[in-house]
Design a protein around this ligand. Structure first.
Ligand code: ADP
Ligand code: ASP
Ligand code: MG
Length: 435
């Protein structure tokens, strides 16, 4: 590797470096499920990787399961039992990625390039024991580095790791992004390229909002918030990893040879903050309303600590005074949909102990959010968002805010109308000041 190469990543687009006739040293490339959905697509990925890289580049390719394999495996488990054990679920789900790595290695070999496939464990990805949403605890990439030294392209199964005690884990939906960025960070790769079925990060999901705009760059913090609030193009933990290790992430199309969006610490194009960067939606949400909770210290603690012990992330929380005379409150909170059965069981159990008046669980909800680092201290943003929803006749059930986002819980049926109305409010066609 040439000593000067790393600085080429001022803007971390591999193609920019290539155009200048320089060589990229070390790249991690991740291809998502739709990019490897068929044998023909797997061959196309192999060809694309070879086209994009020089013979002596060090290339690690992380892949997801083919097409909808993960969904199909989940359906298979559900067909056997309504309540599959987390460990066995991970044993099952991890098979999806293992199919793709083997096929892609065969594809490279058939094109005359040495390649080797590795499971998450073989690539040194160690996790904690939180089955189905495990966190990476450490990476020991020696085997990957050894195979690279032998001149091979190394293909790693995304989404999976192993606990200290040798059990297979998975990293949560979209977890191959995290495998890729974490490996790039651990091995000090120059860039992590996320190849997918869209050509970058947009101001809203381009499948929902036709007028959404592609961004050239976005900061880790804004992308993290967009991902956390539903922009599935990146798994939030992957963005966190990128930020922690300072790895530039390039989100780009598998099918088009053009640069996409660079996720990095700050903006290179213009030194300014954008007020609203994007509008996101998340339909993987459920709401629990706990009615008639005794108004005394420690009750909320009991509810939320038991949920935390069950590894359930609680998102929006609202407590309202129902009836001051009777000293009871209502508490409403949201969680990810798959956590609903366990959360509901916990709250029902506490309800019997503490005599709640009732518990209502609702799955037919969605969260819409606006995100932008520049919105802090701009009170008009909330008003504009609520106004857009009001004009579209959409009722807001719960509101929550962070320094760089505002979220509203609405009925799931209204999600497309809501995202479109909010996007139209902040991104007018004749005005590109938010780009
Ligand atoms: P992969 O299988 O490659 O990991 P994903 O389905 O996980 O792909 O992520 C890509 C999808 O993310 C796109 O098809 C798009 O519909 C969705 N998406 C949601 N929000 C955004 C956004 N703001 N910008 C780009 N894509 C988005
Ligand atoms: N195959 C896994 C999923 O569908 C992981 C991934 O695609 O990133 O969630
Ligand atoms: Mg994904």
């Amino acid at each position: 590797m040439f000593p000067g190469e790393r600085i080429c990543f001022h803007i971390a687009a591999a193609w920019v470096v290539r155009k200048e006739g320089m060589r990229l040293a070390f790249i991690v490339k991740k291809f998502g499920g739709s990019s490897v959905a068929t044998p023909a697509k797997i061959m196309a990925v192999a060809r694309r990787v070879l086209e994009d890289t020089a013979a002596d580049d060090r290339v690690v390719v992380v892949v997801s399961a083919m097409g909808d394999t993960t969904d199909e495996l989940i359906a298979l488990a559900k067909a056997v039992t309504g309540n599959p054990h987390g460990r066995e679920m991970d044993m099952l789900l991890a098979t999806g990625e293992q199919v793709t790595v083997a096929l892609l290695a065969m594809a490279f070999t058939s094109l005359g390039r040495k390649a080797v496939s590795l499971t998450g464990f073989q690539a040194g990805i160690m996790t904690n024991g939180a089955h189905n949403k495990a966190k990476i605890a450490g990476i020991a990439p020696e085997r990957v580095l050894r195979e690279l030294d032998r001149g091979k392209i190394v293909i790693v199964a995304g989404f999976q790791g192993m606990t200290k005690s040798g059990d297979i884990t998975t990293l949560g939906r979209g977890g191959s992004d995290t495998t890729a960025v974490a490996l790039a960070g651990a091995m000090k790769a120059d860039v992590c390229e996320i190849f997918t079925d869209v050509d970058g990060v947009y101001s809203a999901d381009p499948r929902l909002v036709k007028t959404a705009r592609r961004m050239r760059e976005i900061t880790y913090n804004e992308m993290l918030e967009m991902a956390r609030l539903g922009a599935v193009v990146m798994q939030p933990r992957a963005v966190e990893m990128g930020k922690r290790h300072g790895v530039p992430i390039h989100v780009r199309s598998t099918f088009i040879q053009l640069p996409g969006t660079i996720i990095r610490e700050g903006y290179t194009v213009e030194e300014r903050e954008f007020i609203v960067r994007g509008v996101t939606h998340d339909t993987n949400v459920a709401k629990i309303a706990v009615l008639g909770v005794p108004d005394r210290p420690g009750v909320a603690y009991r509810i939320f600590s038991e949920l935390a012990e069950a590894n359930i992330d609680v998102d929006m929380i609202v407590q309202s005074i129902r009836n001051a005379d009777k000293n009871i409150n209502d508490i409403v909170f949201t969680i990810a949909k798959p956590d609903l059965p366990v959360a509901r069981a916990i709250v029902d159990k506490l309800g019997q102990e503490m005599s709640f008046i009732g518990v209502i669980a609702e799955e037919n909800v969605a969260k819409v959010s606006v995100v932008g680092a520049g919105m802090y201290g701009s009170p008009g943003i909330a008003a504009a968002m609520f106004g857009a929803l009001g004009e579209a006749g959409i009722n807001i059930e719960v509101i929550s805010t962070s320094e760089i986002s505002i979220s509203c819980l609405i009925s799931a049926e209204k999600v497309q109308d809501a995202v479109t109305a909010i996007h139209n409010r902040f991104f007018r066609e004749d005005d590109d000041s938010n780009l």
